[in-house]
Write a protein that binds this ligand. Structure first.
Ligand code: CAA
Length: 274
């Protein structure tokens, strides 16, 4: 059985980058990028892209996903990409503290944080119970505090940092059946704008990306007719691809783009313009 070592410490794998089957990373930045929800649909594309761009990438996953994470890491190794994984419950502040300390000890301080972990518990408001409300607020919004707070002081000290919050078009416009999700996603950008101001003079940029409907397990879980109706309303008449979100992340974490902060970048095929 595949499993990660107890304590969910990083389990670095040495990949021979001289192998002709491997993809050579671009100039290594030597900097650590942490992607929460890193083994999910959008998270995977972000990890892949940042690793290709030379970041030392750590993918966070939920503690219940140890086996999936190991298989995921092997898949990326097969593409010639070295990406570490670490378990951590982003809805739990103390567990995030443990996770960040482990990354710092093994890899160094986190220079780029991509807050990508997210869940849905879609229900019309009259059917939504407290557990569904709290689960989404905890995982999608409180997580941003829980993880970012633990890396923020290191970024201030380093005089460099990149935080990218993966929000949603539905945080910008609301969505029938998503009171919890829309509230959390809108809240993410409130944090973004505040931290952008607090980090601006310290070399830290903080931005939001608001994807539209992207081809992932999350959107696949929707009722087919509901999803098809939404996609029909997208001016581009298609869903987004995870790599299209990753491309926007790559732009925002690039040192060359240090003058972009507090922005909310829509990547939604034209679904919402304002
Ligand atoms: N606008 C107005 N009315 C709507 C509506 C809409 N968009 N959707 C449904 N209704 C109406 C229905 O016509 C129905 O009306 P009546 O009671 O008068 O017949 C009523 O609302 C109940 O509709 P449903 O039968 O669909 O209700 P349900 O409880 O079975 O389903 C739901 C509710 C599951 C939340 C469903 O509405 C739904 O899937 N909504 C879309 C949620 C969504 O977009 N999720 C995105 C997930 S992916 C993601 O979140 C990623 C991202 O960032 C984009």
């Amino acid at each position: 059985m595949m499993s990660e070592p107890a304590g969910s410490r990083l389990t670095p794998e040495v990949i021979d980058m001289t192998d002709s089957n491997t993809v050579a990373a671009q100039q290594p930045t030597g900097r650590v990028a942490l992607v929460t929800g890193g083994i999910g649909g959008i998270g995977t594309a972000i990890c892949r892209r940042l690793a290709q761009d030379g970041w030392r990438v750590v993918a966070n996953h939920h503690p219940s996903e140890q086996e999936a994470a190991l298989a995921w890491r092997h898949d990326l190794a097969g593409e010639g990409l070295t990406v570490d994984t670490i378990a951590g419950d982003v809805s739990d502040f103390a567990d995030c503290g443990r996770m960040i300390a482990a990354i710092k000890a093994d890899q160094g301080p986190v220079a780029a944080l991509i807050n990508c972990a997210g869940i849905t518990r879609d229900k019309t408001f009259k059917k939504m119970d407290e557990a569904q409300w709290r689960a989404v607020i905890d995982v999608n919004l409180n997580s941003v505090f829980n993880v970012t707070r633990q890396v923020w002081e290191d970024m201030l000290e380093a005089g460099f940092g990149r935080v990218v919050n993966i929000s949603s078009v539905n945080g910008q416009r609301g969505q029938f059946g998503q009171a919890n999700y829309a509230a959390a996603k809108a809240g993410m950008h409130g944090i973004t704008m505040t931290l952008a101001q607090e980090g601006a003079a310290k070399g830290i940029t903080v931005n939001t990306i608001s994807p539209g409907y992207v081809e992932t397990a999350m959107t696949l879980a929707m009722r087919d007719d509901v999803r098809e109706a939404i996609v029909a309303s997208v001016p581009m008449r298609r869903m987004g691809r995870p790599d299209e979100i990753a491309s926007a992340v790559a732009f925002l974490v690039d040192e060359a783009n240090g003058y972009v902060t507090g922005a909310n970048l829509p990547v939604n095929g034209g679904l919402f313009m304002h």
